[in-house]
Design a protein around this ligand. Structure first.
Ligand SMILES: [Zn+2]
Length: 276
């Protein structure tokens, strides 16, 4: 493993997370420095070259905290952009009905649900009682809250581990649904996680994925000021095409990815996958 030090933090230099190629163009995104943003020369996937090692993520970072701090920074640095962004909040209503729970209740009647990167277990807590809540979470502190949720619900397990290791602890075909909400963009090994997800999924199961859309209109307009850029917590920058191809190459099939699920005026997109 190629470990380097950036900003006093240990990081691993990654190949393209989609096709494993090493040749990549460096995109001139000033906001990314020193965490270089790259575009794979072979498959066009956009990713941050160096990923902080998991231990670093735990020690120095809480995703929630950086999000709040970043919001404050943006307001201060770009007051006009911030106001435009605030005044076009109607964009968010396009996804109003999109929640993991809504998708799961539409597709699956009962069974095991696994939330990857479950945090304190808020998504799991929102599940109706016919579902058994399970989670993988890297932070012991966050996971302890999620364990309270499963205890209260009377079943399911929370594994404290990086996602790939955590997923390996669940048997083949054991999950009716897997949730990845605002998680996959943070993951240093997104394809490996999707491969493990395809393995644990039941033949009729679903995966609910929500990630920022790098191909969206706002990113083109705001450039490096786009709210989806967060360095180095967001490591993978999916377009609708690259999200779809990573899922299918990992052994998943696309069940739902409609125009409104990847609406270009929204910063995020939702994809429902199944077992191929
Ligand atoms: Zn590639």
């Amino acid at each position: 493993m190629n470990v380097v030090e950036i900003d006093d933090r240990k990081a691993i230099l990654r190949n393209c997370p989609q096709c494993n190629a090493t040749a990549a163009h460096t995109l001139s995104n000033e906001a990314a420095k020193p965490w270089l943003l790259k575009k794979c020369q072979q498959c066009d996937f956009v990713y941050v070259h160096a990923a902080p090692v998991y231990e670093e993520l735990l020690a120095t970072h809480s995703w929630d905290k950086t999000a709040v701090q970043r919001q404050k920074d943006r307001k201060h640095r770009y007051p006009i952009l911030h106001r435009i962004s605030k005044s076009t909040r109607w964009r968010l209503h396009i996804f109003k009905r999109h929640t993991p729970v809504n998708f799961i209740t539409q597709h699956i009647t009962a069974g095991n649900v696994l939330d990857v990167g479950c945090g304190k277990g808020a998504q799991l807590n929102a599940l109706p009682s016919q579902y058994t809540a399970n989670g993988v979470e890297i932070s012991q502190v966050e996971a302890s809250f999620a364990m309270e949720v499963t205890k209260k619900r009377g079943g399911g397990s929370i594994i404290v581990a990086p996602a790939v290791d955590g997923l390996k602890q669940f048997p083949d075909n054991s999950m009716a649904a897997v949730i990845m909400r605002s998680y996959l963009e943070h993951e240093a090994q997104p394809k490996e996680v999707l491969i493990e997800t395809a393995r644990v999924l039941q033949p009729d199961g679903i995966v609910v994925i929500k990630v920022p859309n790098y191909g969206c209109f706002n990113r083109t307009v705001f450039g490096e000021r786009w709210c989806g850029f967060r360095f180095p917590d967001h490591l993978n920058y999916f377009t609708p095409a690259s999200l779809e191809s990573m899922c299918t190459s990992a052994g998943l099939s696309i069940k739902r990815f409609k125009f409104l699920d990847k609406f270009p005026l929204s910063d995020n997109m939702w994809l429902i996958a199944g077992k191929a």
